[in-house]
Design a protein around this ligand. Structure first.
Ligand SMILES: Nc1ncnc2c1ncn2[C@@H]1O[C@H](COP(=O)(O)OP(=O)(O)OP(=O)(O)O)[C@@H](O)[C@H]1O
Ligand SMILES: [Mg+2]
Length: 353
């Protein structure tokens, strides 16, 4: 099994929502529990996917891992030197920023249009001062080519606004690469792009991993896309991990009732093999404050007494990794999914948005 690049334990990020007058009027500070106690490892040289509905905490997780936000609680132990990145500041934080990069969804928002591509992609080299200036051009060109912008010489002195969305996202990747990072968080990097350019960008990520040993956390709503790029997949629900493991296991034989609903909501190309769509009530419980017990219990058709307690991730038996946070898989519980009459009374369609 590959070595671990990052060990995430008990990670929490709670955002205060009422400030100023609102806080005074309420007399208390409400908090959104965007990430609420997740544990997982990221292995060296893998692409780990992160999926789940809008607002479940994917971007916040990515921001915690790249230290773009201060975490509320938990540890994130990184690299062979096992530094806890949650506690970094000053020069240690600057050093970590070289090693971990994030690429965002919107290539129109994240790039400075006043800079030439040479200047924009090369800026981190200047800030970090790790390559002598005479080496900049070769390094920038190399990264542009790795991102699929060839020949690089044709792009260096152009401005980002002259490029298409797909090319701009390649510029963002090139800028992330100039510092030779070990770890990249890609937060829905293709979701705003034309379907026709997606495959090309996915190949760029696959190549980075295969040829340079970069490790990637790939965030997306698109389970079919994740199945194509990822070694393992984590499914988040309401700030917690519902299931994590080998991509094929999680997507072909999902165990958590939430993963089952997500997978069944994916349109299939062959209508004859269309599976029964699992329908689940769409009400989402209040997101302020923590959720007692299983966070999925109010939507779960298999709810039983034990769901009032918080489930922990339990490893399934089998040749590949698959861990599930659902009491149906607790050793001490005798019920299985087949024993419980699922309560699909509310026939609202489950939609992943
Ligand atoms: N800066 C912030 N201040 C307050 N609340 C925030 C902030 N950023 C995110 N949130 C809240 O935290 C929760 C998780 O948000 P996050 O952006 O991590 O979700 P996501 O899974 O990335 O969603 P999407 O798929 O829509 O990108 C949401 O309820 C969101 O409204
Ligand atoms: Mg997001």
């Amino acid at each position: 099994m590959a070595e671990t690049l990052m060990e995430v334990r008990g990670l929490k990020k709670h955002y205060p929502v009422d400030t100023g007058l609102l806080k005074k009027l309420r007399g208390e500070q409400r908090r959104v529990h965007a990430v609420d106690g997740v544990d997982f490892d990221i292995r060296k040289g893998e692409i780990l996917g992160l999926a789940g509905e809008s607002g479940c905490g994917k971007t916040t997780t990515g921001k915690c891992l790249t230290h773009l936000v201060e975490v509320t609680d938990g540890t994130m132990t990184f690299g062979d030197d096992r530094i806890d990145i949650a506690g970094l500041s000053g020069p240690e934080l600057k050093a970590y920023r070289r090693r971990a990069q994030i690429i965002f969804q919107d290539p129109f928002e994240s790039i400075n249009d006043r800079f030439t591509i040479r200047k924009w992609v090369g800026e981190p080299l200047k800030i970090h001062g790790i390559v002598p200036e005479e080496g900049f051009e070769a390094k920038i060109s190399n990264c542009l080519e790795q991102s699929g912008l060839t020949p690089a010489a044709e792009y260096l002195d152009r401005f980002p606004h002259e490029l298409s969305g797909g090319q701009r996202q390649r510029i963002a990747i090139a800028r992330a690469l100039v510092l030779d990072p070990e770890f990249i968080v890609a937060d829905e990097p293709t979701s705003m792009l034309d379907v026709s350019v997606r495959a090309g960008l996915l190949r760029v990520f696959k190549k980075l991993v295969e040829e340079q040993g970069v490790t990637v956390l790939y965030i997306s709503h698109d389970l079919s896309l994740l199945r194509y790029v990822c070694d393992r997949i984590g499914i988040m629900y309401q700030g917690e991990l519902a299931e994590i493991g080998d991509s094929d296991a999680v997507l072909q034989d999902p165990k958590h009732p939430y993963t089952q609903a997500l997978v069944s909501a994916v349109p299939r190309s062959d209508p004859l093999t269309k599976r029964e769509r699992v329908r689940i009530p769409s009400e989402v419980v209040d997101r302020y404050g923590g959720i007692e017990g299983c966070s999925f219990k109010d939507r779960c058709p298999y709810r039983f007494e034990r769901c009032e307690e918080k489930p922990r991730l339990v490893a399934m038996d089998g040749p590949v990794e698959q861990r599930v946070a659902c009491h149906l898989y607790d050793d001490a519980v005798e019920e299985t999914m087949d024993d419980i009459e699922p309560d699909f009374e509310e026939k609202k369609t489950f939609d992943i948005v």
